[in-house]
Design a protein around this ligand. Structure first.
Ligand SMILES: Cc1cc2nc3c(=O)[nH]c(=O)nc-3n(C[C@H](O)[C@H](O)[C@H](O)COP(=O)(O)OP(=O)(O)OC[C@H]3O[C@@H](n4cnc5c(N)ncnc54)[C@H](O)[C@@H]3O)c2cc1C
Length: 419
């Protein structure tokens, strides 16, 4: 795409809103140019900005020349043509979440002739969409950026005829007469004969003072694939010892002055893939602090320093402009709270044979047959990917479960048609 055809985002350094827009565009594989502005930037005249202080930043200029001032993500999605209304009153299958599990379910459902709809509250790709390079997904020996993998899956699902509704969030579910009815955050209702919940997990926060104030102003949850260019020559800190943290470390290490990985445990061997562990150990500008935790953040409008406390009792405050928190997350299952769907104590959706270990299951399961492998305690309601109790937190397993769930959806629909 040539320069004139890319989206341009103009905003102030450390603007939370500008970060959210960059992250959203990067996850949607929309090519964009980031232009940092201040009161004396040359581009102000070209943008028609006469009064810097009183202008509503960020400004987004689209390839057709149209301009949005301080847009929401929904405004941008609408402008990009990503927001549409449901085409049907009722679907065979509704899929919640367009991460790897939901996208895979969409590809299989649509290619096998089901009238399927995917509801996604943000951009496609889920957590995988934030990954700079997925190296362990079969078929991509050089690795593939998570956003690119997601975009390919999106195109494939759409080619087969799936309907994809972005910027919509499922907030409450009701199961009645063999149908699932879901209330969306925009007030609309969506009805289907079966559903797959593939809503994944939400990043966990540090739980330290100042977090909300500095979020996206130097402090970021996740691996910040879109932030890497902003970390050139800087000291970057990454909290976490899992694969997402390890990947983030390696991504930043290419351009940052130094990357410090802050790990609670005494070793990385149990939490990190072998290939990442080797690279981290061999990269000169990476330091790993074991037995350490971030306990305090400093800075009024942007992150300036962090306090690191060691299990040995040492305690230091270090200058820090960029801190990325990659410490896993909690499942997105609030919508299931008022249903008879069984969740474990952490909120994960329990499926298949695992349900037998939860006493409430026998009280609510209405059929003679036992639940299918990925079926929840509500017949016809399935779960796939990270949101599922006992799931393997990997792209490949999420993709596999999404595909497998569709097979069980067929069985369920056939059996309910015969009743
Ligand atoms: C930075 C990073 C790097 C990673 N790298 C690797 C790797 O290299 N290899 C690997 O195998 N795994 C990797 N993982 C793990 C992998 O990305 C996850 O296991 C995988 O994305 C799980 O897929 P999922 O579809 O189950 O859930 P998610 O990817 O979490 O997707 C869930 C989707 O559901 C949406 N959603 C949530 N609630 C709602 C709602 N109520 N209504 C509508 N939509 C909703 C979310 O917005 C999201 O898009 C990485 C993870 C991260 C964070």
């Amino acid at each position: 795409m040539d320069g004139a055809k890319v989206v341009k985002v103009f905003g102030e350094a450390y603007s939370k809103e500008a970060y959210a827009i960059r992250d959203f565009l990067a996850r949607g594989v929309v090519e964009y140019e980031w232009c940092e502005v201040s009161g004396d930037s040359d581009c102000l005249h070209q943008l028609g900005v006469l009064d810097f202080e009183n202008t509503r930043w960020p400004i987004v200029v689209f390839p057709d020349g149209s301009t949005l001032y301080a847009p929401t993500l929904a405004d941008i999605a609408t402008k990009l043509g990503w927001v549409s209304r449901p085409r049907y009153h009722e679907y065979d299958l509704s899929i919640y979440g367009a991460g790897p599990a939901g996208l895979s379910a969409a590809v299989y459902a649509a290619s096998e002739g089901l009238r399927a709809v995917v509801i996604e509250r943000a951009a496609v790709g889920g957590q995988a969409g934030t990954s700079s390079l997925i190296e362990n997904y079969m078929g991509f020996p050089q690795g593939i950026a998570g956003a690119e993998l997601a975009e390919r899956a999106r195109q494939q699902a759409v080619k087969f005829g799936v309907e994809l509704l972005l910027m919509r969030e499922g907030i409450r579910a009701t199961f009645m007469n063999g149908k699932i009815e879901v209330s969306l955050a925009d007030g609309s209702l969506l009805r289907a004969r079966a559903n797959i919940c593939a809503t994944g997990i939400e990043y966990r926060s540090l739980g330290v003072p100042g977090e909300q104030r500095l979020l996206n102003s130097g402090l970021f949850y996740g691996a910040g694939a879109s932030e890497a260019p902003m970390c050139d020559g800087k000291n970057v800190f990454v909290v976490g010892g899992g694969n997402s943290a390890g990947q983030a470390v390696m991504n930043f290490a290419r351009t940052a002055k130094k990357v410090t990985m802050i790990v609670r445990g005494p070793t990385l061997a149990a939490t990190l893939s072998h290939y990442l562990l080797d690279r981290i150990t061999q990269t000169k500008n990476v330091e790993v602090l074991f037995g350490s935790a971030v306990t305090q953040l400093f800075g009024d409008t942007q992150l300036e320093a962090i306090r690191i406390v060691r299990t040995s009792g040492e305690d230091e405050v270090v200058d820090a402009e960029r801190l990325f928190v990659c410490i896993g997350g909690a499942p997105n299952t609030d919508w299931a709270k008022e249903t008879t769907i069984v969740r474990d104590r952490n909120g994960y959706l329990v499926t298949g044979a695992d349900l037998g270990e939860f006493p409430e299951f026998e009280r609510c399961w209405p059929l003679e047959r036992r639940p299918y492998f990925l079926e929840t305690s509500v017949p016809g309601s399935f779960a796939a990917g990270d949101v599922r109790f006992g799931s393997v937190k990997r792209v490949a397993s999420a993709v596999g479960e999404g595909a497998m769930a569709v097979t069980f959806v067929h069985r369920y629909l056939a059996e309910s048609a015969n009743q």
